[in-house]
Design a protein around this ligand. Structure first.
Ligand SMILES: NC(=O)C1=CN([C@@H]2O[C@H](COP(=O)(O)OP(=O)(O)OC[C@H]3O[C@@H](n4cnc5c(N)ncnc54)[C@H](O)[C@@H]3O)[C@@H](O)[C@H]2O)[C@@H](O)CC1
Ligand SMILES: Nc1ncnc2c1ncn2[C@@H]1O[C@H](COP(=O)(O)OP(=O)(O)O)[C@@H](O)[C@H]1O
Ligand SMILES: [K+]
Length: 493
């Protein structure tokens, strides 16, 4: 799915209105119906509702939603923030449709904020995608009052006061909803951890905006949903054999960190590779042979750290990093590997830290190498950034400069391609914030690279499947009990 800017959404609304064609009032009705469909599944009609409306089209949605909910026997109260004499046309028309039926108040001061029982569900339609400056005055006052309530709050399209596609100021008044129900497409703001308070759980409802026009609109930002991910999976042919699915080489582990090697090796095997060879220091031999009988082992001359790699000729992809440490012998190995490797490569964990402290190696990265930093590793690699929008830009610059693919890990891991595209992941959960889950991801992506998935596809699909396995694991064990091995065991293709 694409993620568009607020300006693009505006032009998409306009295109749909002109070309479907549909009147903007009817489109508002459709959007409001889509919201009400979601709302009725979430809150039964014994819950009273208070809709807070601005005077733009988001507020127009609010008025239409109030009418539709009252027709469904919800007890509905409407509060309009009278901050401007200028209301949008569709707001005014919806006000006419509503006026006579409902408990409706215009307020011009936050002191007139109603007293609400804690059962009341607040629907926030003060400001939507048209936000052009931080909320202030009356709107800010109402936002603060709503945020101070213990009540459930649902924002329509986007929390009032939150920009869709750029950073807010630290003290901007913004609604802190329990849910956001957004129209048609996810918004960039929802995908960045700094906005978590201002999104709650978010949900996308279809309002039938032109799919053809969405296809035409250029954007660097994408959201990898189930449909997008499943399209990337290559089915296995009936006459395929293990040679069809490549031979992966994983360089991983050191004394005390052989678990990282085992986790990435098992994830690699569970992701469809034909053959796997794991290269490890002497201390890892028994551990790998016993824990991963399906893998072959190549043993280093060094007891505790890897210092060499086998002849690369048989391998179709190489993964390096999980648990390798940063000993001088391993730094030398990485340099030699970068000089020699001709097949797709993924670099993770300590191998990334080696790149950060030996920056001349960055110029040796083969094009389309995949780097999988968590935020701290990314900061070591690329430097500080003021906020997460800036960090995204930094990552795009870095990916372009070195022609590499960056998987910036976290909730909604962002896969950033050399051409500047950013693909946000839709799977995964906080149960995965536990040691070793990153090693699992490295194994999965190494496996896909060995099977000749294009590096960009291997990164996007690998990140998706990793999160999906984490979600399945969390269903079984719960998020708190989840460990990295559970992610491996729940890989399913
Ligand atoms: N036909 C359409 O365009 C559709 C629009 N829809 C709704 O319309 C919303 C966008 O409507 P609008 O563009 O009217 O935007 P808003 O409802 O966000 O209202 C913005 C209006 O207030 C002004 N404004 C912006 N920031 C302000 C601030 N801080 N303080 C005071 N005034 C401020 C703007 O100049 C603009 O006139 C969407 O979020 C969505 O809810 C939906 O009904 C779907 C169809
Ligand atoms: N809150 C979260 N929601 C979704 N996924 C998460 C969350 N926290 C961590 N993860 C995922 O777990 C993995 C953690 O990787 P990493 O930090 O490298 O761990 P380790 O080094 O211990 O293996 C990443 O793939 C990341 O996307
Ligand atoms: K809103």
């Amino acid at each position: 799915m694409k993620i568009l800017t607020s300006a693009q959404i505006r032009s998409l609304d306009q295109f749909t209105i002109q070309n479907e064609p549909i009147s903007s009032l009817d489109l508002m009705e459709r959007a409001s119906n889509a919201f009400v469909g979601w709302f009725c599944n979430q809150f039964v009609n014994t819950r009273p509702v208070c809709v807070f409306c601005g005077k733009g089209n988001n507020g127009g949605d609010g008025l239409a939603i109030a009418r539709l909910l009252s027709q469904l026997s919800y007890d509905v109260q409407v509060v309009v923030a009278d901050y401007t004499p200028n209301a949008s046309d569709d707001f005014t028309q919806n006000l006419d449709r509503l006026k006579t039926h409902l408990n409706l108040a215009f307020i011009s001061s936050a002191d007139q904020f109603p007293t609400l029982s804690s059962q009341v569900v607040c629907i926030d339609t003060l400001l939507g995608s048209g936000l052009s400056r931080p909320a202030e005055g009356l709107l800010a006052g109402i936002i603060h009052k709503i945020n101070a309530l213990p009540n459930k709050v649902v924002s329509v399209d986007i929390a009032s006061g939150l920009y869709m596609d750029k950073a807010n100021g630290e003290n901007d008044p913004i609604i802190e909803p329990d849910h956001t129900v957004t129209f048609q497409l996810p918004k960039l703001a929802f995908l960045l951890p700094q906005n978590v308070r201002f999104t709650g759980e978010w949900h996308v409802v279809d309002i039938g905006l032109s799919g053809k026009y969405i296809q035409e609109l250029p954007t660097p930002y994408w959201f990898t949903d189930k449909k997008a991910a499943e399209k990337l999976i290559q089915p296995r042919g009936k006459f395929s054999h293990k040679g069809t699915f490549g031979h992966a080489l994983l360089l991983a582990g050191s004394f005390g960190k052989m678990g990282a090697a085992v986790l990435s090796g098992r994830a690699c095997l569970r992701s469809g590779v034909g053959l796997l060879t794991m290269h490890a220091p002497v201390c890892g031999y028994d551990i790998i042979q016993i824990s991963s009988p399906e893998a072959m082992v190549s043993i280093d001359k060094n007891d505790r750290h890897i210092s060499q790699f086998p002849d690369l000729e048989p391998y179709s992809a190489v993964g390096i990093g999980p648990g390798v440490g940063q000993e001088p012998v391993t730094i030398a190995l990485l340099e030699e590997l970068l000089d020699q490797v001709k097949v797709p490569l993924i670099i993770d964990a300590d191998a990334l830290n080696i790149l950060s402290s030996n920056r001349s190696l960055l110029d040796k990265l083969p094009p389309n190498t995949i780097l999988t930093p968590h935020p701290k590793e990314f900061q070591r690699l690329a430097g500080e950034s003021g906020d997460e929008y800036e960090r995204l830009e930094l990552a795009r610059d870095f990916a372009g400069k070195y022609q590499v693919i960056i998987c910036l890990k976290g909730a909604n891991t962002a896969v950033i391609l050399p051409n500047g595209e950013v693909h946000f992941n839709s799977t995964g959960n906080p149960g995965m914030a536990t040691g070793g889950t990153g090693d699992v991801l490295t194994g999965i992506i190494t496996s896909l690279l060995a099977q000749k998935y294009k590096p960009a596809e291997a990164a996007i699909l690998g990140v998706y499947q990793h999160g999906l396995a984490g979600d399945r694991a969390a269903e079984q064990k719960g998020q708190i009990a989840l460990i990295a091995s559970d992610v491996v065991e729940n890989l399913g293709w």
